[in-house]
Structure formats: C-alpha cells, structure tokens
Design a protein around this ligand. Structure first.
Ligand SMILES: [Zn+2]
Length: 253
C-alpha cells in the first residue's frame, strides 16, 4: 500500500456510483492527478468541502492499479468568495477547465500550479475579475510555450502598430496589413496590445489599477478565445495523431 502526500487544487469533481467522486487535481510537484474520493458525495462526508472544485487541499493519496484514491484530505483554502458569486464561479470554472484541457498527467509544472492558485486567490476578492481572467490566460499560454508575439508582425517581423494590425492565432501574434489573411484574425488596437503586455509583465496586484476601455476588453476576449481554441484543437489533433500512431504500432514507439 503506497501512500503519498500532495497539496493540490481541485480542477474537477465528477459524480460516480455510490456517492464516490472522481477528482482531477493539479499539484505543484506532481502536476495533474486523477483520484477517486470514496463516499465524498454523502451529505455527512467530511471530505465534501475539501474535494469541491477550486479547493486548495492537502491530500493523502493511495496508489491504485488504475486510479489513485483519497485516503485523507483537509481543505486549506475553499474560496467562499468565489462560490458566493456567479461571475467569479464561472471565471474560476474557466480557469480550472483550461488547466485541465491544456496539461497532461505526468508533466508537472510548478509555475502553472503557482499561477493557478494565485489566480483563484485573486478571483476570491479582486475587483476586476474580467482582467484577472485575461491575466491568467496570457500567463498560462506563456508558461505553455505559446507566448503571443506582440512586438511587431509575427510573420514578417515588420512594424505592426498600424491601426489595421490584427491578431492571428495561427501566426502566434500580431500580423501587419500585408501579412493579414483575413479569416480568423481579430482587430487589435494599440491600447489592446499595451494592456496585454501589462498583464504579461506587471505584478498582478496592479490589475485593479489598470483602466481599460470596453472596446479593448471585447478585443482581448475575442483574441484569447481564438488563441486558446486554436491551441486546444492543435493539442487534440496531436493527441489523435499519437493514438493513431500507437494503433499502427501496437508495441509502442
Ligand atoms: Zn507582416
């Protein structure tokens, strides 16, 4: 019987039979882990708060043949401010979904863990939840190696601070009018570029002090949606390709 301890954020908690729940966790040292919490959905269970999504929890896990299981757990931070506000809850759900969708088991990344926990703490009480979410998305893509190129045209290297500059997910950043392909690209003003750079490089404590127009907020929302979607699809295409490859080579590659 092998036991191990982790401090992890609960990304997801799915109902199973007999009041059991399957948890997806993200831990600093171990990265993404899936584990079953037996009896956690019972109204009397002491595990309930500690295994709900967004909770930062201390776990004692037991290794299993297929799934590990929760032997003990204790909630360290359960974020009541997020749970009492529908917007905060929706945004926190988006944050945990992105970490789940863009990371794989067995690939720990301590910086992603720190960003995740820090963002949940910001969502617990920060004023500007929308900018907090953009901050998280930009830092996450940067940590995953997809830092968007905002210094010029990502295609030709030319000047991109043109009022007609656009953001292209496929090019990985801004594109000048000459390199623009039109389809799937989003207008990106100078203000939007400046705010994205601030969110990437400034201390997150300054988020509440940044003033951003509604039009720039809308641009950033579209840009990040396209960019994240593009990487999600690319990731699922490569997973599909790997699965096909294994199917052709049953002994593995
Ligand atoms: Zn160009």
């Amino acid at each position: 019987m092998k036991l191990y301890k982790v401090r992890a954020v609960v990304l997801n908690s799915r109902a199973m039979c007999d009041a059991d729940r399957v948890l997806t966790l993200y831990a600093q040292e171990n990265g993404k882990i899936r584990a079953v919490a037996h009896g956690a959905a019972k109204p009397t269970s002491r595990k309930r708060g500690a295994v709900q999504p967004f909770s930062y929890t201390y776990f004692l896990l037991r290794r299993g043949r297929e799934l590990d299981s929760v032997s003990q757990c204790e909630g360290l931070e359960i974020f009541p401010g997020i749970w009492s506000d529908l917007d905060r809850m929706t945004y926190a759900g988006h944050v945990t979904e992105l970490v789940d969708g863009l990371t794989a088991e067995g690939e720990p990344n301590g910086d992603i863990f720190k960003l995740l926990l820090h963002t949940l703490r910001l969502l617990e009480n920060t004023v500007d939840v929308e900018l907090t979410l953009r901050y998280f998305e930009l830092r996450l893509v940067a940590l995953l190696g997809y830092l968007p190129y905002l210094e010029g045209c990502a295609n030709c290297g030319g000047e991109a601070f043109d009022p007609r500059a656009r953001f292209s997910a496929a090019a990985g950043g801004l594109v000048c009018p000459q390199c623009s392909r039109g389809a799937g690209e989003i207008p990106c003003t100078k203000e939007t570029v400046a705010v994205m750079k601030m969110l990437l490089h400034w201390d997150a404590g300054k988020i509440n002090r940044i003033r951003v127009s509604q039009s720039s907020r809308a641009e950033m929302r579209c840009i990040m949606r396209e960019y994240l979607q593009w990487h999600m699809e690319k990731r699922s295409r490569s997973l599909y390709f790997m699965e096909r490859l294994h199917a052709y080579r049953p002994n593995g590659v």
